[in-house]
Design a protein around this ligand. Structure first.
Ligand code: 16G
Ligand code: ZN
Length: 536
């Protein structure tokens, strides 16, 4: 293997990154696609180590740059149960990817084998997939070179959404267990999702159509495929922005990230008042809803809204099933969640709220500690996790009345509908549709549950974001460095009614983000302006 790794380097040499190191961040490796070939080669090697370390369980590799422009690409590893790569292994990922030449790569590999006590004779197994970016085809070749150099067995699933790949990983590794996650195929994903949706809709009144903007990405063909299994009698879905054959259009003035950051609908939006629209991102792991209210006022229903909607509905189902004593629910957010959403969950829904650092892995981890953990980032990434204990309670519970039976049936269906591995825009879309149909709500009633506090997210470009460090255990809401700055922020913020403001270094770009909210719009502007000045 060592020799094969060294020899393979000739075909996939490290690109000149002008001294810049590769980092395995919250979203894996992500950068301009033309710099990624060598990184892909090392990711193949890393995946072999990970699989061998974990008793030949299958490891997933997803090639995508999500909502980034088409010229970028990226790659991330998926652990056996469909979770993100164990954080401790980011060290090895970064180490191998930053090898300066073939010898360094080989030595890095040998070092890992020794340190991690890898048995190289064990089988190594990998599955992978990619989004619609044209560079993906070339990057797959680099990846395969890494897999073949290490004698790794692999299956190429072609195009998939990120959550579909996560599904396939978990299905693969649980296929011989008492309760497999699902059939090991793309068809298995559609069947499981569609069947669960139909069951969840059994007692609901179908609602009007929903229009889905697929960001001209992989979500478009995959949603169309899913629709064949769903049929159109319970839910009518219109698709827009499905032009995957023109890569320049990917995420271009459309998609979940565009809608959330610009706070506006894509230019081709033609929804009538109160008609539901939703946008996916480029790899379909994020979703936001929106509509036009009276006077063509744009209204966004973001991740906070999906979390509150899901938590309220699932909380009701648990109560109506008679499982209130056995099953406890919590909602997990980041500091970017609107204060009004947090208050609504705590005061109206009477549920516990946990706040974590930004990034899916943090939220997922905390949500997994609860019987049922609802987690969403405001940007639309999230899911609902059912613990093994909760699933058992739900399965063995004997309903005492027709009403209990109805609630229990719907709750069971949701445990299959909602992707348990990672936030999944397609299953989240269906979840929202189920809840709205059951509640007989339009977007108007959904929006009316609470009123968002006026808020603003600003970005300050800096030379070194690493000096902005937050205090451990504060979910990034307080700075410990640069020294003295938090006190100054506190002095500014205390002057505003319901003022809240925090500063953190971005994990994805060379910038510092300033988020603020307050009771009045002009106060937010004033407050965020002053804090921004302080750090510029
Ligand atoms: C990454 C995260 C996303 C987070 C964003 C924050 C994953 C898969 N993705 O894209 O969850 O919201 O970073 O970006 O974890 P920031 O650190 O630049 O604010
Ligand atoms: Zn994404």
């Amino acid at each position: 293997i060592e020799t094969a790794i060294l020899n393979g380097y000739a075909d996939w040499p490290r690109a000149d990154t002008k001294g810049k190191e590769f980092t395995y961040g919250t979203a894996g490796f992500r950068m301009r696609a033309d710099l990624l070939d060598f990184v892909m080669y090392t990711v193949g090697i890393l995946a072999s180590l990970r699989s061998r370390r974990l008793n030949s369980n299958t490891i997933g590799i997803m090639i995508t740059a999500s909502h980034n422009p088409a010229a970028d690409n990226g790659v991330k590893l998926v652990d056996p149960m469909g979770e993100m790569l164990d954080q401790d292994w980011e060290f090895w990922a970064t180490g191998l990817a930053n090898s300066k030449n073939g010898e360094e790569l080989r030595n890095g590999y040998m070092h890992a084998v020794k340190d991690l006590k890898i048995e190289q004779t064990k089988e190594a197994k990998v599955i992978f997939a990619r989004d619609t970016r044209p560079s993906g085809a070339r990057l797959v070749k680099a990846l395969i070179a890494g897999l073949e150099a290490t004698g790794t067995k692999y299956i190429d699933y072609g195009y998939a959404t990120t959550p579909q790949l996560h599904y396939l990983v978990r299905a693969t590794n649980t296929q011989n267990q008492p309760i497999p996650y699902g059939e090991v195929s793309m068809e298995g994903y559609y069947k499981k999702t569609a069947e669960a949706f139909k069951l969840a809709m059994k007692y609901a009144t179908p609602n009007g159509p929903v229009t889905v903007d697929c960001a001209n990405g992989v979500g478009a063909p995959k949603l169309k495929e899913l629709m064949k299994y769903l049929g159109s009698d319970i839910l009518k879905i219109n698709i827009v922005n499905d032009q995957i054959e023109n890569p320049d259009l990917l995420n271009e003035k459309c998609g979940a990230d565009f809608v959330k950051t610009k706070q506006m609908a894509p230019p081709d939006f033609d929804g009538k008042r109160f008609e539901r629209w939703a946008s996916l991102d480029g790899d379909a792991d994020r979703i936001v809803y929106y509509f036009h209210a009276d006077g063509n006022i744009f209204r966004l229903l973001d991740g906070d809204r999906i979390a509150t909607l899901a938590a309220s509905f699932i909380g009701d189902l648990v109560r109506k099933s008679g499982l209130e004593e056995q099953i406890k629910l919590a909602v997990v957010q980041t500091a970017y969640a609107n204060g009004a959403a947090t208050k609504y969950v705590e005061k109206v829904l009477n549920l516990k709220v946990e706040t974590t650092a930004t990034g899916v892995k943090h939220l997922h981890h905390v949500a997994a500690r609860y019987d049922i953990g609802v987690y969403f980032e405001a940007n639309g990434h999230g899911t609902v996790l059912f613990s093994a204990r909760a699933l058992k309670q739900i399965r063995k519970h004997e309903p005492q009345s027709p009403a209990q039976l109805e609630a229990l049936d719907t709750l069971k269906a949701l445990t299959d509908l909602i992707n348990q591995t990672v936030g999944d825009a397609l299953s989240d879309l269906l979840l929202v549709e189920v809840v709205l149909a059951h509640k007989e709500w339009t977007v108007k009633e959904w929006l009316a549950t609470y009123t968002d506090l006026p808020n603003k997210l600003a970005k300050v470009m800096v030379n070194d974001r690493s000096v902005y460090r937050t205090v451990q255990g504060t979910a990034e809401r307080r700075l410990e460095s640069p020294p003295g700055i938090q006190e100054k922020i506190d002095d500014i913020v205390k002057k505003y009614k319901e003022g809240r403001c925090f500063v953190r270094g971005s994990g994805t770009e060379e910038a510092v983000r300033v988020y603020g909210e307050a009771a009045e719009v002009y106060d937010v502007e004033d407050m965020v302006g002053k804090v921004t000045e302080l750090i510029s």
